[in-house]
Design a protein around this ligand. Structure first.
Ligand code: AMP
Length: 382
């Protein structure tokens, strides 16, 4: 099998990215800086990744011939979007190395498989039940208690495919809104805060991480990430150890992010896994010696992982399409604030809820960075 190929992919080679959003764009920027060529494949045109890549291939993920041609023309394939069909990853793997492997993708792209993996591995996770019918939903709700959240098993991210259930009255509308297909019911966690750990692992077993990151969501979408997280050191240490265990158990070669709830009783519960760089790790581009994207490149190319040291506290604020509100944000006002960096993803259509870019504020303390990030974002629409 092509994945058994353990030779490093050296600068000058071509790497392939399945998916073409902002994560692929920032990966491509890192890769090009280190002298690699980049190809990307997705169903879309003029994409955030395609604007940076040497070659943008426009094909549906289901076009397995196109996927095989794409994989044959590069030295290694990685992905920036885990919701590609399993057959796509399998077709790529038949034609060249894919990292992380299709099996990591298969586990993490489906909530039920992911939660079953966590349960079988003895890793702490939110209580859940499988739901395949309206009757299952009623039974699961009586076992877990209400409130709870119904989440579709596949193709969910940024709070999409999620329905809050507060009383028995919500069962039928939620089941219908979820498309009457396989789902999980999750107990609602009364959390103190949410944190994540972004980590990278090499095929040799080398493991690096960026510590605990504190995340604030609005309407199910990440709004602000604070690094380092303002949690007790023991919680940050436990989160890192759980993350190490996840990457080792899944045998990941690449970057993976673990999202946690810190419950009111101090327990850590895994909410989700993302087998790629993560929105909460964007600050690493400006604040760390090696960014999460360079780490992805190094790990999938079988190069030594880079030092992760963070130069300075950092806060990342997402810029959603809502900020445009019929006129261009006032970029120069945000940039007047010292140590604020602007990242835009090259998307031409600023739809509400769409991630268009982010700001990173760097400061001697996280409180100062938080204030500067908020001030900079407000200045865009002042
Ligand atoms: P997800 O797409 O599953 O990461 O959910 C997006 C956000 O919704 C999370 O980051 C939480 O803020 C919230 N959320 C999701 N599941 C739960 C839960 N079981 N209990 C409480 N809040 C949740």
């Amino acid at each position: 099998m092509a994945n058994a190929d353990c030779r490093p992919v050296l600068p000058g080679s071509t790497v392939g990215v399945l998916g073409s959003g902002q994560l692929g764009r920032m990966f491509a920027l890192s890769a090009r800086r280190m002298g690699y060529r980049v190809h990307t494949l997705s169903p879309d045109e003029d994409t955030p990744t395609g604007q940076i890549a040497d070659l943008e291939i426009n094909a549906p993920y289901e076009d397995l011939n196109a996927v095989c041609r794409f994989a044959s023309a590069v030295s290694v394939v990685t992905f920036e979007f885990e919701n590609v069909p399993a057959e796509t990853a399998a077709a790529a793997a038949r034609c060249g190395p894919v990292r992380p492997s299709g099996s990591v993708l298969h586990t993490t792209q489906h909530r039920l498989r992911e939660k079953t993996f966590l349960q079988q591995s003895g890793l702490p996770h939110t209580p859940f039940r499988r739901v395949a019918s309206l009757e299952d939903l009623a039974r699961a709700a009586s076992e877990l208690g209400l409130p709870a959240i119904l989440k579709t098993a596949d193709f969910g991210y940024d709070g999409k495919g999620q329905y809050r259930i507060r009383s028995n009255q919500d069962f039928a509308p939620a089941w219908s809104a979820a498309g009457e297909r396989e789902a999980v019911l999750e107990a609602f966690v009364d959390f103190d805060c949410e944190i994540s750990v972004v980590a990278a692992r090499a095929l040799t077993g080398q493991f690096v991480h960026y510590g605990a990151i504190e995340n604030q969501h609005v309407n199910g979408i990440l709004d602000i990430s604070i690094a380092p997280a303002r949690v007790p050191p023991a919680i940050a240490r436990d989160a890192v150890e759980i993350t190490r265990c996840v990457l080792e158990t899944l045998d990941v070669a690449g970057v993976l992010c673990v999202e946690f709830f810190v419950a009111k009783n101090g327990r850590l519960l895994i909410n989700e896994l993302a087998p790629r760089p993560h929105n909460s790790g964007h600050f690493t581009v400006d604040a760390n010696f090696t960014s999460q994207f360079e780490q992805q490149l190094r790990s999938v190319c079988l190069l030594p992982l880079g030092a992760v040291a963070q130069h300075t506290p950092a806060v990342m604020a997402n810029l959603l399409g809502d900020l445009w509100n019929s006129r261009e944000p006032a970029w120069q006002r945000a940039l007047e604030i010292p140590n604020v960096k602007l990242h835009l993803y090259g998307k031409s259509e600023p739809r509400p809820g769409r991630k268009m870019g982010h700001l990173t504020a760097l400061a001697p303390s996280v409180e100062q960075a938080l204030e500067n990030a908020r001030r900079a974002r407000q200045a865009l629409t002042a």
